[in-house]
Ligand binder design. Structure first.
Ligand SMILES: Cc1cc2nc3c(=O)[nH]c(=O)nc-3n(C[C@H](O)[C@H](O)[C@H](O)COP(=O)(O)OP(=O)(O)OC[C@H]3O[C@@H](n4cnc5c(N)ncnc54)[C@H](O)[C@@H]3O)c2cc1C
Length: 294
């Protein structure tokens, strides 16, 4: 069994290689874009530099010949790499099994309807999976690869042409690497109140994340910090959800945490059925008291 990992970020490449090693005797990896391929994580390593004016989504044509002969292709689920996954699968006459949570042999368990249900699917032909790197957080990547081989860019026939670009401001927060995460939800009525969550996070050395409405509804938090099926799937040791109702689309990003704490003023909030410790109360009172007590 041979598995090929495609990622945009170095750490994701490492974790996905660790997962690929469980199922495959031979593991190869390619990182697309500006990030480097870590050494010692696979048996062969490649890097795809994206030329000026081209976009990461078009890297599929460059990767097509390199993945030939591999049984499974495991892809980091960033927006760009999902697009690469679709193009590679279409070229191979296969389809992508998205958001896989586990892979046993050639059967993958994945989420559907935003995490409401789980489905088991068997790949036909080459198996293409998008998998959150955190799924393999407890595995160790091994391999003898040294510096990655640089692949020459192959432009697709109908390449996307970049007309203009604007840098998206990045927060610099990497929640995937945080042992503790404080997550804020719509229970925060004012943007200024987020300082209460920030104070708690600072006190315990946690990263600050949020539910989707705070990042995409009101734009109070950076888009890369929202947690859930369409955002980050995390597995910190501690997860503190404040003012979050506990909808499944959010919780699939949180329920891999070691211990989940919930603070909500509604004792019937669904999150109380999914947490280890729940506190019924107004976050405006609870958070400052907690920060002061810790
Ligand atoms: C296809 C799809 C994908 C989605 N993907 C995601 C995703 O990846 N991530 C995500 O988060 N959501 C996602 N959603 C949205 C999701 O369904 C929920 O709407 C969202 O998670 C709700 O966010 P929330 O819990 O912050 O807000 P709400 O559901 O509005 O909950 C707010 C909670 O705060 C409590 N509260 C109010 N005031 C206070 C107070 N003063 N003190 C304490 N508690 C208070 C309330 O009792 C309530 O329980 C998705 C939805 C769909 C359909």
């Amino acid at each position: 069994m041979k598995a090929f990992v495609i990622a945009e970020h170095s750490e994701a490449a490492k974790q996905l290689c660790a997962g690929a090693r469980i199922m495959a005797d031979e593991v190869a990896v390619a990182v697309v874009g500006v990030n480097a391929v870590p050494e010692g994580i696979a048996d062969a390593a490649y890097h795809v530099d994206v030329p000026a004016g081209a976009i990461l989504d078009d890297a599929a044509k460059t990767l097509e010949p390199v993945i030939a002969g591999f049984d499974a292709v495991i892809i980091e689920p960033t927006k760009r790499m999902k697009s690469v996954a679709g193009k590679l699968a279409a070229a191979a006459g296969a389809s992508v099994i998205a958001d896989a949570l586990s892979i046993e042999g050639d059967v993958a368990t994945s989420m559907y309807f935003g995490g409401v249900g789980h489905a088991q699917r068997k790949a036909t032909g080459t198996a293409f999976y998008t998998v959150s790197p955190n799924v393999f957080v407890n595995e160790q990547a091994t391999g003898s690869n040294g510096a990655a081989e640089e692949l020459a860019w192959v432009a697709p026939e109908n390449a996307v042409r970049e007309v203009s670009s604007e840098p998206v401001p990045k927060s610099g927060i990497d929640l995937t690497a945080s042992d503790a995460v404080v997550a804020a939800g719509r229970g925060f009525a004012e943007k200024e109140d987020l300082q209460l969550a920030r104070d708690l996070a600072d006190k315990i050395g946690a990263g600050l994340g949020c539910s989707r409405p705070l990042a995409e509804g009101v734009d109070w938090m950076p888009a890369e910090t929202y947690i859930g099926v369409s955002g980050l799937i995390l597995s910190p040791k501690v997860y503190i959800a404040a003012g979050i109702s506990g909808q499944i689309q959010h919780m699939v990003g949180a329920n891999r945490a070691g211990t989940v704490f919930a603070i909500n003023k509604d004792e019937n909030a669904p999150i109380f059925k999914q947490c280890d410790y729940g506190l019924v109360g107004d976050l405006k009172k609870v958070l400052p008291a907690l920060t002061a007590a810790l």
